[in-house]
Design a protein. Structure first.
Length: 290
């Protein structure tokens, strides 16, 4: 189930990128946000009218993070490819996990990840600095998502908070998506690609992860998450025919290793990955109660 969830996420992103020629990254993100909002609201049934001002603040902040994170990630995918974009995005949870740590092994992980990023950003005729910058912004947004979940989890059931944030983000993208559809008038095929991205990258991982976390230790789940960049590279190669050079492969492997070592050293009990898992476990409890 974990492998299926991770593959679904990456195949969804790859499928969404097939719609870039007609919709662009912003159009695909708009459709994905709409699909995610409809599905999450249908699953969690958030009580919007019962939210207080204190609860709405982190919801709105999380909605802004969703909007920026998905747009920058998809822009990075468009410019530097799926594998490198997802690899850079995974620096976000790694950074949160390492920030509060003083272990020597964690310092080593930070140095390894930093060197890998420097290698990916080395000057070359084909280096796309805007694409790399978008990947790093997506990583910063993921770090912000983790930190916001700490606040949101104390004020709202996490499932309701995520659904509310997705709904607000979808409303923000409503005029953007409408403008893109009116001016580009994409064929049904490209719209289907974008809808598939929303289902495969949002709904399927959300539901499968809830089931998986009932059966496995969260520490092992956190360790398995580190394989996502590798799966992104493989899916990008198979679906999108995107290839990496040896140096890029080594940089991706270094970042995956840094993630895995940091999570293993912490036993899955600290850091950003633990925050993600706690948030998902809170969603699990809410679904069970309902």
């Amino acid at each position: 189930m974990m492998l299926g969830s991770a593959l679904s996420n990456q195949v969804g992103a790859a499928t969404g990128s097939l719609a870039f020629p007609a919709l662009g990254p912003a159009g695909v993100v708009a459709v994905r946000q709409w699909v995610a909002a409809v599905l999450l609201v249908g699953i969690t049934r958030p009580r919007f009218r019962a939210f207080t001002h204190r609860e709405w603040l982190p919801v709105l902040a999380l909605a802004a993070v969703y909007a920026v994170m998905n747009l920058t990630l998809y822009t990075a995918i468009d410019r530097i490819g799926l594998g490198l974009a997802v690899t850079l995005e995974f620096l976000g949870p790694l950074a949160v996990a390492l920030t509060a740590s003083r272990r020597k092994v964690d310092l080593g992980c930070a140095l390894i990840a930093g060197v890998a990023v420097a290698v990916l950003m080395r000057p070359q005729p084909t280096t796309d600095y805007l694409g790399i910058a978008c990947g790093l912004v997506a990583a910063a947004c993921w770090a912000a998502y983790i930190l916001l979940n700490r606040t949101l989890g104390t004020r709202l059931p996490s499932a309701q908070g995520a659904a509310a944030a997705s709904t607000v983000s979808a409303l923000v993208y409503l005029p953007i998506g409408v403008w893109i559809f009116l001016h580009h008038q994409p064929s049904l095929r490209y719209v289907a690609y974008a809808v598939a991205a929303g289902v495969l990258s949002s709904a399927v991982p959300f539901l499968v992860d809830l089931l998986a976390l009932r059966r496995i230790p969260t520490a092992f789940y956190g360790l398995f998450m580190s394989t996502n960049p590798l799966l992104a590279v493989l899916v990008g190669w198979i679906v999108l025919h995107q290839t990496l050079g040896l140096v890029e492969w080594l940089a991706v492997a270094a970042i995956i290793t840094a993630n895995a070592v940091a999570i293993s050293a912490q036993g899955g009990d600290k850091g950003g990955v633990r925050e993600i898992l706690d948030a998902r476990n809170r969603r699990d409890r809410v679904e069970s109660e309902e």
